[in-house]
Ligand binder design. Structure first.
Ligand SMILES: Nc1c(C(=O)O)ncn1[C@@H]1O[C@H](COP(=O)(O)O)[C@@H](O)[C@H]1O
Length: 178
């Protein structure tokens, strides 16, 4: 195992996917998780893709985030050759609104799981990778709990703003319970 290997591999079928996939990298940055980012296409560079997937665990990577658009075989093919968890990101292209990418990634055969996030939801892919790593890291888990508390606070503030707009500030409604 490589000593200073990054924890997460973020790979994608083309550099044109990066504007979407960058959000996964940003989520990992928030938690200080190291990653590498690269283009690894199952269709266009199949031999290199197999090498990347089959060597990933031995190199010390803990999870892979794989994004692809259209006929998106990359996440599934990586899952076929690595024991690591693979998170698939359906990248939306100009046609079909990402439905093609979503269905290509999510409909894996039994025994070869890919954890598929929503179309374009690379940030959630990053956050899911953080949760996977946090399962064996109490400090990281604590920071994830803090992140979730912040989300809760923000959601409650949204409710307060909406109630102010709609009822002149009356303290009624779900969000005012505590
Ligand atoms: N779906 C795949 C794979 C693959 O799954 O192996 N390789 C490239 N692609 C996708 O082709 C789209 C267009 O790529 P270009 O912009 O390079 O033409 C990208 O969204 C990429 O993920």
């Amino acid at each position: 195992m490589t000593e200073d290997a990054p924890a997460v591999g973020i790979v994608m079928g083309s550099d044109s996917d990066w504007p979407v996939m960058e959000e996964a990298a940003k989520a990992l940055d928030v938690f200080g998780i190291s990653y590498e980012a690269d283009v690894v296409s199952a269709h266009r560079m199949p031999y290199e893709m197999i090498s990347y997937g089959s060597e990933a665990a031995e190199r010390g990577l803990k999870a892979l985030i794989a994004g692809a658009g259209g006929s998106a075989h990359l996440p599934g093919m990586l899952a076929a050759v690595t024991p690591l968890p693979v998170i698939g990101v359906p990248v939306p292209l100009r046609h079909l609104d990402g439905m093609d990418s979503l269905l290509s990634i999510v409909q894996m055969p039994a025994g070869v799981p890919v954890a598929t996030v929503a179309v374009g939801a690379a940030r959630n892919a990053g956050l899911l990778a953080v949760r996977m790593l946090a399962a064996h890291d109490p400090d990281l888990r604590e920071r994830m709990v803090g992140f979730q508390e912040e989300l809760r606070t923000q959601a409650k503030e949204k409710g307060e703003r909406l109630r102010r707009q709609t009822s002149g500030g009356a303290a009624t409604g779900f969000g005012s319970a505590d």
